[in-house]
Design a protein around this ligand. Sequence first.
Ligand code: PLP
Length: 427
Amino acid sequence: MERARAVTPGGVNSPVRAFHAVGGTPRFIAHAQGARLTDVDGLEYVDLVGSWGPMLLGHAHPEVVAAATAAVGRGTSYGTPTRTEVELAEEIVGRTPVERVRLVSSGTEATMSAVRLARGFTGRELVVKFAGCYHGHLDALLASAGSGLATFGIPGTPGVPEAATAATIVLPYNDRAAVEKVFTERGDEIACLVTEASPGNMGVVPPEPGFNGFLAETCRRHGALFLSDEVMTGFRVSRSGQWGLDGAVEGWAPDLMTFGKVMGGGFPAAAFGGRADVMSVLSPDGPVYQAGTLSGNPVATAAGLATLRLADDSVYARLDEVSSAISGAAHEALTAAGVPHLVQHDSSMFSVFFTGRDEVVDFDGASEQDVPAYAAFFHSMLDQGVHLPPSAFECWFVSAAHTDADVQQVVDALPAAAEAAARASAS
Ligand SMILES: Cc1ncc(COP(=O)(O)O)c(C=O)c1O
């Protein structure tokens, strides 16, 4: 870590990895297989981070490794169209309501491009987002993550010119009245409303029933686009993501969607897609420019395609089993130790809030947590060989590769961790 800090800010290439929220030193991972990580000291951990979402099938799944290895052998990038890109796009179009999809390399790039497209298509500038929703680190949406919740606040972040966020409006999540008000006042200026399809970046805070449908309808009435960010939920909470759980059942579709994580099989691949008429405004068919040297990279698309093709009903059933077993045991252990907490789910995605609240519906609620209690809980689990997310505000990611023995190791570690949390909470 000292060597890392000498050459890289904070010693990490993405801030949450640094353990600042829980203290201590991050583990340097040397290799991983299934649900297990092995660090450079040879210590093994059951992984409940899953690379922050992509590892739906676990690490080094043999068929994903074979697909990626074969692709590497054919050359790693050509800068031309390839068959695999088309097959991956077909797989995404087949599972979701999007009609056309453009591949990019990260979730940030996907939402950045989708927002630009929404602005180009509508000729409007305003973007509405929700506090606590993370859409990547693009200037326009790097807003109100960690800052106090200001109902109609205009965000400001060091390094981001005021002009970049002047057209961003931040609202409290799950608050229909706030959405109605801003659309009534400024509806004809709004290019798009962007939301996590089911937020996982303030802990798991699912949409209240009908909320996404309400957003889609409100946007439609005002000629704004509804941009549903499924970078985290896509191909994880169901084979069709969060849309498979609400829009597909209720009969509506977002105008634009973004994907990432699972669809790259652990490689840098992401996508944005949507209605054919909206996507046709994109270069080279239309005037809105977007491009990428490594977009649709043959290795990343081969791994992503293999992952999605393997993600069948049995995978989703296993994710549900693992998720209920672990979240149920966490609830039992924390209850037995007298630690105030709340487990919230969206399908197999769940998080544990260290809070006395009965429910968390927005960023305000999510922000009130006993962070020292979580830090103690986290370190006890780590000492017992379970790698949780190093922050109280993240969701716990399970995989279909978690075996019964992996789950049992987590379950066995929980009571001592809950006791550690109880001691930290009392002190
Ligand atoms: C919902 C959501 N959107 C966008 C992103 C950004 O994706 P990336 O980290 O690939 O840039 C993330 C990353 O966690 C995310 O969870």
